[in-house]
Design a protein around this ligand. Structure first.
Ligand SMILES: Nc1ncnc2c1ncn2[C@@H]1O[C@H](COP(=O)(O)OP(=O)(O)OP(=O)(O)O)[C@@H](O)[C@H]1O
Length: 789
C-alpha cells in the first residue's frame, strides 16, 4: 500500500421526476435545484407538521435534476472512481435514499438505460483493452446482500442461503469468507453474473414501492493488474489490486409510511438499524476528534469500513423524491448527505496480497509444461503422481519378470509374450487415457488463457477506437471543465452578489433602526408640542375671550369718555368765554398798578393748593420798600352791598384795605371753580381708564408669557400670530398719549396778558404751574380759588 492524499467523500444528489401517480394526485415539488451552482433548496410545505426554518439550501459536488441522464451521472461522478480502481485504489459508490427514490434505477438501471454498475463493466474492459501489453489483468466479481444482518451470497449455487462470516486479513483488510468469486473475461459475463445475483435479491412490495429492495446489496468488482515490466525485489511482477464496491442500500423510509406490520415491521426496523449505524459512523467521522467509530455495530458499516474514513475513494449518491408529501424523508436525506461530504478518506494504491493473477499464471505455466511433456510422449498424468510412480514400479517389475522368463523358459517366454501383449494392450489403454488427459489439459489451458486477458489484444483495431474514445472523452472533459469554470464563476458572482446584498441589507437595517429611533423621538417631541399647542390654544381662546371682553369694556369706556370729554369741552369753552369776560371786567375795574401789586403779593399755597396774598411780615425788606399794601380780602359789607367798585376803590393801603369785588365776579369764579373741578375729575377718570387698559393688556400678555416664549408675539389689539417670529404689532405700553398738557392749559389759559401769579410747586401729574416769572398760568382751579379768596 502506498500513502495517499486526503480526499473528501464526494456527495451528489439525484432527484427523480414525479411519478405518474404523483402527477395525477397533483403533488407539488418541494425541492428546487440549481445545477450551475450545485445548490438545492428544499421548501417545507404549508400543511407540514414539521417545525424549523421554512426552507434550507444545500450545496453538493453535483446535483442531478429529474431530467439528468444515467450517462451524465456516470461520466461526471463515477468514471473517476473506476479509473482509480484500475490504478489499484479501492473505490465505493453507494446510493442512499428513501424507498422508491431511484437507488436501484441509478445503480442497476435497465437493459436499455443501464445504471452505474453495468456501465462500469464496459468501462473496465475498454480500459484493459487499451492498456499496455506488459500488463495482465484479472477481473473477478462477487455479489452479496445483507438482509436482517445476515450476509448472503447472491452468486452461490447452494439452495439454502447461509450467513457468511466477516473476516479481517492483516494486509488485505476486511473480507467475507467463502464468498463466491467469479472471474469474468468480458462485460457480458459480468452482466450475466449481475443479473443472476439481482434475481436472488430479497425484494418485497411495500406501500412506497412495488418492488422495494429490502436488503443492502454490494456488488464487488476486483481488478488485479500484474505489471510484467515492473518486478519486485524477489523478481516477481508487481501486482496491484483495486476493489470497487457498488452499494444499493435498502430504502430509508418511515415505518408509518410503509404501513408494515409484524415480520415486515421487524424487517424494517432491522434495515433502519443498519442505516442508523451508517448515520452514526458518518456523524462520528465528521467530528474533529471522532474517537471510536462503531464500524462493528453493523455488518454494512463493517464491510464499508474502508470506504468511510478509510483508504477508498468514495461517492455517495443521495436519491430524492421531489413530492411534497416526502418532505420529511427528503429533508433527512439531504441532512445525511450534507454530513457525509465532510468525511475525509485517505485513498491508497493496494498491492495484491497473494494475488490470484499470479497464482493463475503459475498454474498456466504448469499446465503448459505438462502439455509439452505429453506432446513429447512422456507420461504425464495430471494431478496423479502416485499412479505414475506405481505404474513405473509395476513396469519395472514386469520387465524383470519378462527377462527371467525369457532366460529360463521359452514357453514361458511365449506366455510371457502373451502376457506382455496383454500388458501392451493395457498400456495402449493408458496411452489413450493420456491422450484424453492431454486434450483435457489443452482445453483447460485454453480456458485459463481466455480468463487472463493480455493487454494489447486487438491492438490495431482498438487503436483507432481508443483514439476516438480518448478524443471524445477529452472533449467531454474539456466541456465539463468549461462548465465547471463557468459554474465556479457563477458561484463567485452569486457569492459576491449575496455579500453585496447582505451589506446593503445590513446598512438598510442600521439606517432603519436610526430612522426608527429618530422617528420615535420626533414622535415624542411631536406629542409634547401638540400638548403644548393644545394648552396654548386653550389659553389663547381664554385670552381671546378676555381680550374681547376687555375690548368691549374699553370701547364702552371710550365711548363714555368721549361723551364726557365732549361735554367737558363744551363746558370748558363756555367757561372760557365767561372767564375772558371776567378778565375783561377785572382789567376794566382794577387799575394796572393794583394788578401788579396783587401779582407780586400772590403766592401759591402748596398745602391747600390755593393762591393767597402774602402778609407784610412775609415779605423781604427789599420787597417792602415802596410797597403800598392793600387788602384785597373782601369783607361782609362789600359782599352785602354787592356794588360795583372801581379799581382805585378796591386797592387800599395796608392799614385800610377796602374790599373791592362784585357779585357777578364772584359767581363767575364759582362757576369757573366748578368747571375746573369737573375737568380734574374727567382727567382723573381718563387716567384711570388708560391704566386699566394697560393693566388688561399686561395681564393678557403675562398670561401668554406663562406658556411659551412666543406669547410675546401675540398682540392684544391685532389678535393674531405673526407665524413663528411672534413680533408685536403694537407697542407694549398701552398708555395712550394724552393731549399735551401744555396745550390743554393753553386752551384754558387766560392769555399772555393775564396776571401772572407766583408759580405753585404742585406734585400733580398734569402740568405744574410755573413760577411767577413764567409766561404760563397755574391751573385754573388754583387761580380761581386765589382770586376768589
Ligand atoms: N431518475 C429517474 N427517472 C425516471 N424514473 C425513475 C428515476 N428514478 C427512479 N425512477 C423510477 O421510480 C421507481 C422506483 O425506483 P427504484 O426502485 O429504483 O427506487 P429505490 O430507491 O431503489 O427503491 P427501494 O429502496 O424500495 O428499492 C421505479 O419505477 C423507477 O423506474
Amino acid at each position: 500500500m502506498s500513502e495517499g492524499k486526503e480526499d473528501n467523500v464526494q456527495v451528489v444528489v439525484r432527484c427523480r421526476p414525479l411519478s405518474q401517480k404523483e402527477v395525477d394526485a397533483k403533488y407539488k415539488m418541494c425541492v428546487h435545484m440549481n445545477r450551475a451552482t450545485g445548490s438545492i433548496r428544499i421548501v417545507r410545505p404549508k400543511d407540514s407538521q414539521s417545525s424549523g426554518e421554512p426552507e434550507h439550501t444545500y450545496t453538493f459536488d453535483h446535483i442531478y435534476p429529474p431530467d439528468a441522464t444515467q450517462s451524465s451521472i456516470y461520466d461526471e461522478t463515477c468514471r473517476r472512481i473506476i479509473n482509480s480502481v484500475m490504478d489499484g485504489f479501492n473505490g465505493t459508490i453507494f446510493a442512499y435514499g428513501q424507498t422508491g427514490t431511484g437507488k436501484t434505477h441509478t445503480m442497476t438501471g435497465y437493459p436499455d438505460d443501464p445504471g452505474v454498475i453495468p456501465r462500469s463493466f464496459q468501462h473496465i474492459f475498454s480500459h484493459i483493452e487499451q492498456a499496455d501489453k506488459t500488463k495482465q489483468f484479472l477481473v473477478s466479481v462477487s455479489y452479496l446482500e445483507i438482509y436482517r444482518e445476515k450476509i448472503q451470497d447472491l452468486l452461490s449455487k447452494k439452495e439454502n442461503a447461509v450467513d457468511l462470516p466477516i473476516k479481517e486479513h492483516p494486509k488485505s483488510g476486511v473480507y467475507v469468507k467463502d464468498l463466491t468469486i467469479v472471474v469474468c473475461k468480458d462485460p457480458k459475463m459480468m452482466e450475466a453474473v449481475m443479473q443472476k445475483g439481482s434475481d436472488n435479491r430479497v425484494v418485497a412490495e411495500t406501500k412506497m414501492n412495488k418492488t422495494s429492495s429490502r436488503s443492502h446489496s454490494i456488488f464487488q468488482i476486483s481488478v488485479e493488474c500484474a505489471d510484467l515490466s515492473q518486478l519486485d525485489k524477489d523478481g516477481n511482477p508487481i501486482v496491484r489490486v483495486g476493489r470497487l464496491n457498488m452499494v444499493d442500500l435498502a430504502g430509508s423510509e418511515r415505518q408509518s409510511k410503509t404501513e408494515a406490520t409484524g415480520d415486515r415491521l421487524m424487517e424494517a426496523i432491522e434495515i433502519n438499524k443498519s442505516l442508523l449505524t451508517l448515520g452514526t459512523v458518518i456523524n462520528m467521522l465528521t467530528k474533529k476528534n471522532p474517537g471510536h467509530i462503531p464500524y462493528r455495530d453493523s455488518k454494512l458499516t463493517r464491510l464499508l469500513q474502508d470506504s468511510l474514513g478509510g483508504n477508498a475513494k468514495t461517492v455517495m449518491i443521495a436519491n430524492l423524491g421531489p413530492a411534497e408529501y416526502n418532505y420529511d424523508e427528503t429533508f433527512s436525506t439531504l441532512k445525511y448527505a450534507n454530513r457525509a461530504k465532510q468525511i475525509k478518506n485517505k485513498p491508497v494504491i493496494n498491492s495484491a496480497n497473494d494475488p490470484l493473477v499470479l497464482k493463475m499464471q503459475e498454474e498456466i505455466a504448469e499446465l503448459k509444461r505438462m502439455l509439452e511433456m505429453q506432446k513429447r510422449g512422456e507420461i504425464v498424468v495430471q494431478q496423479d503422481d502416485e499412479a505414475i510412480e506405481r505404474l513405473k514400479a509395476e513396469l519395472k517389475a514386469k520387465a524383470k519378470e519378462e527377462k527371467s522368463a525369457l532366460e529360463s523358459d521359452k514357453k514361458r517366454l511365449e506366455e510371457e509374450r502373451k502376457k506382455i501383449e496383454e500388458d501392451l494392450k493395457k498400456r495402449q489403454a493408458e496411452v489413450d487415457k493420456e491422450k484424453e488427459e492431454r486434450s483435457r489439459t489443452e482445453a483447460k489451458l485454453r480456458k485459463m488463457q481466455a480468463k487472463v486477458i493480455k493487454g494489447g489484444s486487438k491492438f490495431q483495431e482498438l487503436q483507432e477506437l481508443r483514439r476516438k474514445d480518448k478524443q471524445e472523452y477529452e472533449e467531454q472533459l474539456a466541456q465539463q471543465k468549461l462548465q465547471a469554470e463557468e459554474a465556479e464563476k457563477e458561484k463567485e458572482r452569486l457569492r459576491k452578489e449575496r455579500e453585496e446584498a447582505k451589506r446593503l441589507l445590513d446598512a438598510k437595517v442600521v439606517a432603519e433602526i436610526d430612522l426608527k429611533k429618530q422617528f420615535s423621538s420626533a414622535q415624542d417631541e411631536l406629542k409634547t408640542k401638540k400638548k403644548q399647542l393644545e394648552s396654548l390654544l386653550n389659553e389663547y381662546k381664554k385670552a381671546k375671550t378676555m381680550v374681547a371682553e376687555a375690548q368691549s369694556e374699553i370701547n364702552e369706556l371710550q365711548n363714555e369718555f368721549e361723551e364726557q370729554r365732549e361735554d367737558m369741552l363744551a363746558s370748558m369753552s363756555e367757561l372760557e368765554g365767561q372767564m375772558n369776560l371776567f378778565l375783561l371786567i377785572a382789567q376794566l375795574f382794577i387799575p394796572e398798578q393794583e394788578q401788579q401789586r396783587v401779582r407780586r403779593l400772590a403766592v401759591w399755597d402748596e398745602d391747600v393748593e390755593e393762591w393767597r396774598l402774602r402778609m407784610p411780615d412775609e415779605l423781604d425788606p427789599d420787597e417792602q420798600d415802596g410797597m403800598d399794601f392793600v387788602s384785597i380780602v373782601p369783607d361782609d359789607r362789600m359782599r352785602q352791598e354787592n356794588s360795583l367798585v372801581t379799581a382805585t376803590s378796591i386797592i387800599q393801603p395796608q392799614q385800610d384795605m377796602p374790599v373791592r369785588t362784585t357779585e357777578t365776579l364772584g359767581k363767575a369764579f364759582e362757576e369757573r371753580q366748578r368747571m375746573q373741578h369737573m375737568l380734574g375729575q374727567v382727567l382723573d377718570e381718563e387716567d384711570d381708564l388708560h391704566e386699566s387698559e394697560d393693566e388688561l393688556l399686561y395681564a393678557t400678555q403675562s398670561g401668554h408669557g406663562m406658556g411659551m416664549a412666543g406669547t410675546r408675539g401675540y398682540s392684544g389689539r391685532s389678535q393674531g400670530w405673526d407665524g413663528g417670529g411672534m413680533t408685536q404689532t403694537r407697542p407694549m405700553s398701552g398708555k395712550r398719549q394724552r393731549p399735551d398738557s401744555a396745550s390743554r392749559h393753553k386752551e384754558k389759559a387766560i392769555g399772555s396778558s393775564a396776571p401772572q401769579p407766583v408759580a405753585p410747586r404742585s406734585s400733580h401729574r398734569r402740568s405744574k404751574p410755573k413760577s411767577s416769572g413764567d409766561e404760563e398760568f397755574p391751573s385754573s382751579r388754583g387761580l380761581v380759588r386765589a382770586q376768589y379768596e
